[in-house]
Design a binder for this molecule. Structure first.
Ligand SMILES: [Zn+2]
Ligand SMILES: [Zn+2]
Ligand SMILES: [Zn+2]
Length: 361
C-alpha cells in the first residue's frame, strides 16, 4: 500500500488527455452536497403496465427502427426519440446575426430500449445480452454514419437514474447523431494526436501501460536508498482478456471508471464479435463493483470513438476508443460551474482500491 494512502489530500490533478481540464481532489467532504436522490430506491419492477418502453406498449412509441432479435419477442428495441434534441433538416437557412452564430440542429436522436425488463440494472443483465446491446450500438452507429455524410459524430450514451437525467425509469440508452464533433471529444482527439506526434505512441496505450506497471521505485540520487515507492497499478479495477477498467488519475467524478480495449483500436465500430463478448463481461463486472461499493448507482456512461469527420484515418493511430462511466453522487456547485474545475471528494486511488476489493459473483 502506498504511504500516502488514506490521508487527507488537497491537490489539483491535470487530465493527461485534456490538459486544460483539471480536477481538485479534496477529501474534505463538505466541499460538495450529496444528491438527495441517492436515497431513492431503484425501480426494480420487471413490467409496468403504464410504461411506454415495456412489452405490450409498443404503440406508445414511434415504430421500431430495429429490434434484437429481429423477429419474435424483442429483447432490445430502437425507436425515434419523441422529443429529439436534434431533428430533420429545416427548410429555412440559418439566420446569423453579429455574435449570434448558429449551426443547423440537423441530426438524429434515437432511443435504445436496452432490455425488455423494466427495471433491470446493467450488472444484472446476462453477458450474452450485454454482448447484443454493445453489438446493437456498433451496428446502429455504423448505419447512421453510412446514412448521411453530414453526420460527423454519433454519440451513444446512457442515463441511469433521475440524478443522471433519466426521465423514463425503464432502462434505455440514447443515440445522437450530430453534424459537429462535440468539443470535449475534439479536445481528446487533438491532444492525443499532439501526444502521438511528439512521442510516437498513443496516450491511451501509454496510460494502460502505466496502469499495468505494478510498482515503481524512485531512488535517492546521492545515497542510492529508496526515496519513494509508487504503486502505479492501483488504478486498475477490473480486466478481461481484451479489456481493462481503469480509475482515471484525474477522475472528475468520485466513482468514475473508464473501460478501454487493451490493444489499440480507434473506432468502436471495428470491435469484433469475440471482443464484444469480453467487453460485455468487463462492463458487467465493473457495474457490479460500482453497485457493491456505492449501491443504487445513478450514472451516465458514454462511448468516445474516433469521429467520422474526414480525419478518421489521420487519427487512427493516436485515438483509442473508450467507455466513460460517470456515477453521479453529488451535484456540481457554483465553484465548478464558475471555474470549470471539477471537485472530487474521494481520492481516486482509494476509490479504485475499494472497487477492486469489492466482492462480486
Ligand atoms: Zn418499462
Ligand atoms: Zn492506443
Ligand atoms: Zn473520452
Amino acid at each position: 500500500m502506498a504511504d500516502s494512502q488514506n490521508q487527507e489530500v488537497r491537490e489539483i490533478r491535470i487530465n493527461p488527455i485534456i490538459p486544460s481540464e483539471s480536477v481538485l481532489v479534496a477529501t474534505a467532504r463538505s466541499m460538495r452536497p450529496k444528491k438527495a436522490e441517492d436515497l431513492a430506491p431503484r425501480d426494480t419492477r420487471k413490467h409496468v403496465d403504464t410504461c411506454p418502453f415495456c412489452t405490450g406498449n409498443e404503440d406508445k412509441t414511434p415504430p421500431a427502427i430495429a429490434t434484437y432479435p429481429p423477429t419474435g419477442e424483442w429483447r432490445i428495441r430502437i425507436v425515434e426519440n419523441l422529443y429529439p434534441v436534434l431533428g430533420d433538416d429545416r427548410s429555412e437557412a440559418n439566420l446569423s446575426f453579429g455574435l449570434q452564430q448558429t449551426i443547423d440542429g440537423y441530426g438524429r436522436h434515437e432511443v435504445m430500449i436496452d432490455h425488455n425488463e423494466h427495471g433491470i440494472a446493467v450488472q444484472d443483465m446476462s453477458q450474452a445480452h450485454l454482448h447484443n446491446l454493445f453489438g446493437a450500438y456498433r451496428e446502429r452507429m455504423q448505419q447512421l454514419y453510412d446514412s448521411d455524410p453530414r453526420l460527423k459524430y454519433v454519440l451513444v450514451f446512457k442515463n441511469f437514474g433521475p440524478a443522471a437525467g433519466a426521465s423514463i425509469p425503464h432502462t434505455h440508452s440514447q443515440i445522437i447523431a450530430m453534424p459537429v464533433v462535440p468539443e470535449n471529444l475534439q479536445a481528446e482527439v487533438e491532444n492525443s494526436r499532439a501526444f502521438y506526434n511528439k512521442h510516437h505512441q498513443c496516450i491511451f496505450c501509454s496510460l494502460i501501460n502505466e496502469a499495468l506497471t505494478f510498482e515503481a521505485t524512485i531512488y535517492d540520487r546521492e545515497s542510492g536508498k529508496i526515496h519513494r515507492k509508487i504503486h502505479v497499478g492501483q488504478f486498475v479495477i477490473e480486466r478481461g482478456r481484451k479489456f481493462i477498467a481503469i480509475k482515471p488519475f484525474a477522475s472528475r467524478f468520485e466513482w468514475e471508471v473508464h473501460i478501454l480495449p487493451l490493444t489499440h483500436q480507434s473506432d468502436f465500430g471495428a470491435i469484433s464479435d469475440d471482443d464484444l463478448d469480453d467487453l460485455a463481461g468487463v462492463v458487467r463486472r465493473t457495474m457490479a463493483r460500482l453497485e457493491a461499493v456505492i449501491g443504487g448507482a445513478q450514472y451516465n456512461y458514454f462511448l468516445h470513438s474516433v469521429p467520422h469527420d474526414g480525419t478518421h484515418e489521420e487519427n487512427a493511430p493516436s485515438f483509442h476508443w473508450h467507455l466513460e462511466i460517470c456515477p453521479r453522487t453529488s451535484i456540481p456547485t457554483g465553484f465548478e460551474l464558475g471555474s470549470g474545475i471539477y471537485v472530487n471528494t474521494v481520492k481516486p486511488e482509494e476509490a479504485a482500491e475499494k472497487l477492486r476489493n469489492a466482492v462480486i459473483d
